[in-house]
Design a protein around this ligand. Sequence first.
Ligand code: UDP
Length: 241
Amino acid sequence: MFESVDVLGVAFAKFNMRETVAYITGRCASGQGTFVVTANPEIVMYAKDHPDYAGLIKRHADLVTADGIGIIKGAQMLGTPLPERVTGYDLLHELLGVANDNSQRVYLLGAKADVNAMAVAKVQEQYPNVRIVGAHDGYFSADAAIMQDIISAKPDFVFAALGFPRQEQFLAGLQPSLPKAVLMGVGGSFDVLAGTAKRAPVWMQNAHLEWFYRLLKQPSRIGRMMVLPKFLVEVRKSKQK
Ligand code: UDP
């Protein structure tokens, strides 16, 4: 097992990126799959208000990583710091690197059809040894048919870009049928990979201003972003308890 840090009921692994990748590949080597949840403050707040989702993470996730500076700040406020951000997008690239080194099988599920196709092309270009054994957009209604398609593709990695909580719910349903695979929800990562959404410039990422860049690009996200201050208030309250 590993040490974890509790932030509003979600248990984050006390791992930096290197340790996260080593943990996942170590489990793979011993024939164990890994269900990874990369959780940001929005996910933590949603879990706080939705016991079903919180329960799903508790029961199914083998590893929860700190997706963004908000979680790092929260853990710091609680006096139980986490080593660094392990974002979904960065971890996706790390794991694609692993899959490339081992010529492993990858399934890309989610995003709009054209974005999904572009993400497939990008992965193939950047990770030529990755075997893409299947891909499907994220706008489907019959889960069972897509699940069957994924199971019969026998992937080592399933990356699901359906947005939360849907991606975690879907992957939890898939988990019993793919006990040796790495399953991870990656939110809007395919949009970034495809180039339809850009990541902030490196200096902004380093200054922990990625959230601000996203807000400038998509002002409609303001509602979603207001969750961050609320999250920090809740963390402070939870410390006082
Ligand atoms: N999406 C999808 N099916 C849906 C709803 C959303 O495939 O029914 C995709 C959407 O196209 C986008 C991703 O899920 O690629 C969610 O992106 P968002 O930026 O909301 O994710 P975040 O990382 O903020 O959770």
